[in-house]
Design a binder for this molecule. Structure first.
Ligand code: COA
Length: 265
């Protein structure tokens, strides 16, 4: 894992990674202005890169505990080509975002930036990192899949999903200040079904997990390492993974074996 320093990208180019400070805000603003309209939209879910908006979005010291990592080519250190940040939103929880300039995308830089940010979060005692991502944002979803995410909030009508990853590896655990039951719902869909809507309406904490997926390489930590913080900490597990998929069936079977009392009889 690279936290700071020189990094060689997959295409041979190099960048220098470092922590950002308020003095970097004008250069972060330039990075945001240089994004293509599609990348700007993917990052901020809409809006136009007007000077006023960009100046506000570039700020790094609005919320105490915010951490920002930036990258630039060694020959042009002020010309940032990537930025990743997290902003604390609760006890041990922060919201993350990663931005890579279009001409540097697909060279592995997004992964490097996210790894660096996750390492900083872990060191700072931030256990859970949230990302608000459009379901059309394949690259960001692929990046997060490498960590193993759970859906923390209902995916909205605009197909914006709220994913959580753990800074310590494996599945993220549950928030510390939970009211109601902690209910893990296993399902392939991004969207709440009637039961999940009712569980949330009753005041329970719900996390959705889509289980292993051969197409994306997503694995279940319960199968690979025998541990899943989400299932361990749940009061109830609602099974719903496809039984015809042997990898999903193995997860359901592991739940039944390890926590029979959490599943419906
Ligand atoms: C999302 C983003 C940060 C990814 O950065 P990146 O440098 O392109 O990512 P990487 O090169 O590390 O690639 C990450 C994965 O996505 C895949 N990927 C990257 N761009 C892709 C594309 N356009 N289409 C399909 N897959 C893509 C890569 O193949 C890689 O998958 P793999 O590990 O399975 O090979 C970058 O595209 C970006 O800044 N987009 C605009 C802003 C944004 O959407 N930010 C996220 C908001 S939360």
């Amino acid at each position: 894992m690279v936290m700071t320093g020189k990094v060689q990208l997959k295409d041979g180019r190099a960048v220098l990674l470092r922590g950002a400070s308020p003095g970097d805000v004008p250069d972060i603003a330039r990075l945001l202005r240089e994004l293509s309209p599609d990348s700007f939209r993917a990052r901020f879910h809409g809006g136009l890169a007007t000077p006023g908006l960009v100046a506000r979005l570039a700020r790094v010291n609005q919320v105490p505990g915010t951490v920002c990592v930036v990258a630039a080519p060694p020959s042009e250190l002020q010309h940032l080509v990537a930025e990743a940040r997290y902003v604390p939103i609760g006890d041990g929880v922060a919201e993350l975002a990663v931005t890579v300039l279009d001409r540097y995308q697909r060279s592995g830089l997004g992964e490097v930036m996210l790894d660096a940010l996750v390492g900083r979060a872990r060191d700072a005692g931030i256990e859970v990192l949230r990302a608000v991502v459009s379901l059309t944002n394949g690259p960001m979803l692929r990046l997060l899949a490498g960590y193993g995410w759970t859906l923390a909030e209902p995916t909205d009508e605009c197909a914006i999903a709220c994913l959580e990853i753990s800074s310590a590896g494996g599945m993220p655990g549950w928030p510390k200040d939970v009211t109601g039951q902690r209910i893990l719902v296993e399902q392939k869909s991004w969207f709440d079904d009637g039961l999940t809507v009712a569980l949330r309406a009753a005041g329970h904490q719900v996390r959705l997990c889509s289980g292993p997926d051969q197409r994306t390489g997503r694995e279940c930590p319960l199968i690979t390492s025998g541990e899943c913080r989400l299932a361990e900490g749940a009061d109830r597990i609602v099974p719903g993974l496809p039984a015809a998929d042997p990898h999903c069936a193995a997860v359901t079977e592991a739940h039944r074996r390890m926590w029979p009392g959490k599943l419906p009889s």
